[in-house]
Design a protein around this ligand. Structure first.
Ligand SMILES: Cc1ncc(COP(=O)(O)O)c(C=O)c1O
Length: 406
């Protein structure tokens, strides 16, 4: 039977993630900078065991029951307090929805906001799985280039004007202002203010995806969240427990005006009714007991140490003509080869001959416009693997650059 004849049009828009494809190739002897996983030693396992036992003992009847689509009220309240400490004030006309990781939030936002042919704007490059989530709803995705300070505002405005002049409808601007995935860049305060001014001037929604803001490990002070500066209710803020506790909990949340949250709840109802009640009670208790707050400095220290190791290895081993970012947040370093290089082609040499893996950069560009970058994850590999992996990567790059000499 040919299933292809029966697939919906939108199914053909789904593409296997290059990261997942890559994982198939990676055997035990390959050092992988490819995934996007936290260091498992950062998970508060003992505390989660204790909290789970307590939750099941004291409120097992509620924790194992169906729950409201928006989420468990205790968790929503704890999150309000948590965000408050992160500078986001509690606004009367705002609400929270708890999602299955922030990945579900991306899908729900696409579902609720995007009609085929609408324009959405992202940083370029941007989070690959956001592109994939949005793409199913058939928007035209316009990527705006970044520099070391984040999205370039003049380029953003130019594109907004171009789209509007062509009669296009823009639905939102999607940004990851802190420790961006994939580049590791943190948007400067000046850019954040300018971005909000542009959004206000052109009356646009902004989606602020903030998985890494609570584990900022830079030495300078962390710029304010966009949501903390949003006086017009145009920022849809989202974050996740994946980096402050553990991704296996699959818990994320969105904080936005009640009106937006209500639409997201309606959309979520038909997807999965609600997020795991048990996990929500566990997370509420982790927050209430201060487990998450106490764990955050430990996570920051692990990330900072590993980032420093990778930066040190890069400056020791990398050849001239190769550049990379120096992140203050997030889990990734973005490495760029000379313009004529193609990191998808290099990957084969890297994995098969040098036993080291990474994610080629092209798929992070909404329109695939650049192919000479790669994303390196520094949080999952062990310290000795970081050094050895960078050494191997540099050998692979040398061999490849010799092969393609212009
Ligand atoms: C920018 C960004 N958004 C969303 C996610 C999704 O995370 P989760 O679904 O685990 O919350 C990630 C995961 O790495 C990410 O980097």
């Amino acid at each position: 039977m040919d299933i292809n004849k029966l697939l919906a049009g939108r199914t053909k828009l789904m593409r296997a993630s290059e990261i997942r494809e890559l994982l198939k190739w990676v055997t035990e002897d390959v050092i992988s900078f490819g995934g996007g996983m936290p260091d498992p030693s950062s998970f508060p396992i003992n505390e989660i065991i204790e909290v789970t036992r307590d939750v099941l003992t004291t409120k097992g009847d509620k924790a194992l029951q169906y729950g409201a689509t928006g989420g468990v009220p205790e968790l929503k309240e704890e999150l309000m307090r948590f965000m408050n400490k992160g500078g986001i004030g509690t606004l009367g006309d705002h609400d929270v929805i708890i999602t299955v990781g922030s990945q579900e939030a991306l899908d729900l936002l696409g579902r609720v906001l995007i009609d085929p042919g609408d324009y959405i704007i992202t940083e370029s490059p941007t989070y690959l799985a956001a592109i994939q989530a949005f793409r199913i709803y058939e928007p035209r995705i316009v990527g705006v280039p970044m520099d070391g300070e984040g999205i370039i505002i003049e380029e953003l405005e130019r594109r907004i004007r171009e789209i509007r002049e062509g009669g296009g409808r823009i639905k939102f601007i999607y940004v990851i202002p802190t420790g961006q995935n994939p580049t590791g860049i943190t948007m400067s305060m000046e850019r954040r203010k300018a971005l909000l001014e542009v959004a206000s001037e052109y009356d646009l929604l902004v989606i602020e995806d903030d998985p890494y803001g609570y584990i900022y490990f830079g030495n300078d002070s962390q710029p304010s969240r966009l949501k903390a500066m949003d006086s017009e209710g145009r920022v849809i803020y989202m974050s996740t427990f994946s980096k402050i506790a553990a991704p296996g909990l699959r818990l994320g949340w969105v904080y936005a005006t009640k009106e937006i949250i209500r639409w997201l709840e309606l959309a979520k109802q038909s997807v999965d009714l609600h997020t795991s009640t048990l996990n929500q009670y566990i997370a509420a208790e982790l927050l209430r007991r201060g487990v998450i707050e106490r764990n955050i400095p430990r996570i920051k220290e692990i990330y900072r140490t590993k980032r420093d190791l990778m930066l040190q290895a890069l400056s020791e081993y990398m050849q001239d003509g190769v550049t990379w970012t120096k992140p203050s947040a997030g889990m990734f370093i973005w490495l760029s080869l000379p313009d004529h290089a193609d990191t998808s082609k290099l990957l084969e040499i890297a994995i098969k001959k040098y036993r080291v893996a990474y994610v080629p950069g092209r798929s992070f560009y909404p329109n695939g416009e650049r192919g000479n970058d790669m994303r390196l994850n520094f949080t999952y590999p062990k310290p000795q693997e970081i050094f050895e992996g960078v050494r191997r990567l540099s050998l692979a790059i040398s061999e490849y650059l010799r092969e393609i000499k212009p």
